[in-house]
Design a protein around this ligand. Sequence first.
Ligand code: BGC
Length: 726
Amino acid sequence: MYLLSLLAIAPASDPAARARDLAAKLTLDETVSLLHGHTLCGSTSLAPCNHKGNYTGFVPGIERLGVPALTMNDGPQGFRDANHPGTSTCWPSGMSIAATWDPSAARRWGVAMGTEFRQKGANVQLGPGLNVARIPQEGRNFEYLSGEEAALGVALGPPVVEGIQSNGIIATAKHYILNSQENDRGSPKFPPLFGAPVSEVASERTRWEVYMPPFEAAVRAGVGSVMCAYNRINGTAACGDDETLTTDLKQALNFSGWVMSDWFATHSAAAAAVGGLDQEMPLPMHFSLPAFELAILEGRLSRAEMTAKAVRILTPMFAAGLFDRAPDGNLSANVTSMQHAALARSLAANSTVLLRNAPVTATSDPASAAPVLPIGAAVRRIAVLGAAADATPVVHGRGSGAVAPPYVVTPLAGIRARNTRQPTPAHIEYLVADGSAGVAAAATLAAAVDLAIVVVGDSSTEGADRATLALSGTQDALVAAVAAAQPRTVAVVAAPGPVLLPWAEQAAAVVVNWMAGQEAGHALADVLYGDVDPSGRLPHTLPNKDNETRLSVAQYPGVKDAQGRLVSTYTEGNLIGYKYYDAHGVAPHFGFGFGLSFTKFGYSGRNPIVSPSAVPLGSGADIAFAVSNLGERDGIDVPQCYVSYPPHAAQPPKLLRAFARVDVRAGAAADVALRLTPRDLAVWDTTARTWQQVAGRFTVACGPSSRELPLSATLDVGGAVPVEIL
Ligand code: BGC
């Protein structure tokens, strides 16, 4: 049916041309029908409404013209299906993928998630999440691919978008934009009842340089839709903000897909429908037929402008092939698989960050001292401790990004399974170790074994920020007590974002495994036993204390304006995350980009590592150096290059601009070749409203983390006239 009607209406193969052809044939009612969602079914845990398919968002098809229905579903890191729990893969979260620093891992994750969406009959995935973390305790940091640095989202967002869309479905970049806090964001479901959401006030330059680049990259990768966010921007609801939706997204970035609202994020201020918003979700609170008729009557909106919104929706639908195939997939299908479980495991293992691995002297042989990990064959008795190790494992965040796992391999189960493959399996004992009595019992048990693995962790949720970055309950006391009792203590931390580790220097080893998904335990054991080299690197700075970056109340969570509405002002500009630490000379607990391998790497290169060392405006430069594996094990390193601008550019002391992931065999070396583009040497010019390359002397510094950059060189960018490069 769809093929036939396609032939009847649009001979052109160009999706935009086909969309224009079709949109011209829509009646006003049909156009309006496309411009809003039609059900709340899958958005809540309320009773399913099966006649509508029960997806998170639903827009019925238009049979007369062969337009298929839009079946949209959460979320950014896997298919959320509360009505069929356990039928989709609970993947490592977006932040875990950020910790891989690996675009090819991001692509595999996107392809696999998209496959499950397609098999579930959804043709729009409400993800990926791309926001750059301004606030360390932001409750949705676990969902986002950018960590605290736009360059991560720029590298990882496009392969995820391409991976999802390679399945013939549409990806949604969210939440656009400056959606930096969950506290006071307004109710997800009924904002009018809860007053105005926080207004995020950032300068144009801050918006473009710090928060826009991942969205810009997703647009360049062809993302079909963009979800505008709950917050207000400079006082205007994000979903009604003409500057960021029309001027920035549609005009400057040339986005040709559609903007859908977050759920109930369309506020009356945006109701005129003349702004950049194309589709109100999940119901027509403002985008109703009478509202559109009135807007046309009053001359606020033309019929042509409505048709243009329909074209924006139809274009990605054509591009995804939705008109060229019969709808397929089935919401009740079980779409997880052994292959996806294996992929979830390897992604989680590759996102695991080893923060510390101290040598411990063996009592039997005081002369020898070896790092406590990987777990060796000589370990005979292991204590696994902590509720998070088995009783209440922490493997995913909560809210619309949550996926009900078919099962969870707990850390204890993963360690037990791997232990059986040891030449002589160790004896393993487990204690939940809750409360102060539990802490004391754990310390006693730890003292009696060869190795203690203490697992702690917390999750977080959409709709609320974390009150503190500290671990909850007695978990800090537990690790401290166990580490005091047992020199061979391995602390494992499941974290939904930055986390405080006050005992880190007391534990022999510290591992962070984020929100690792259903295969968490297997992935953890893969790393603890050395089957996989720990190649995750920190996508967030780990601070020494809460609010170490000294955000004022006016910055976060904001202060009330004269109308009693909350306003959060970005006076810190671009000094978030490691940029704050650099600018203020503060040493974080663990720096952005940090992570150990089981081997050791050395950096060397021709002098200078940048060539040419002087370029005219409009040109970039190459970076080349070598990473040598100085140890006896094969390993993976993530060399990173940071650029320091000339002072007149008013940039932070340094900015991540390029990185790679290299597999290096023991004793071998890998050549690393990176490229700095003119854009990497540019700033956002608010007068020209575009990127302008900066003239002057740059420094390029490369190394294994933001705080260890052994190689550096200067790069002179010549000429005085800025060059337009967008
Ligand atoms: C979230 C979105 C989600 C939507 C539908 C909102 O509360 O912010 O990310 O896609 O709900 O569930």
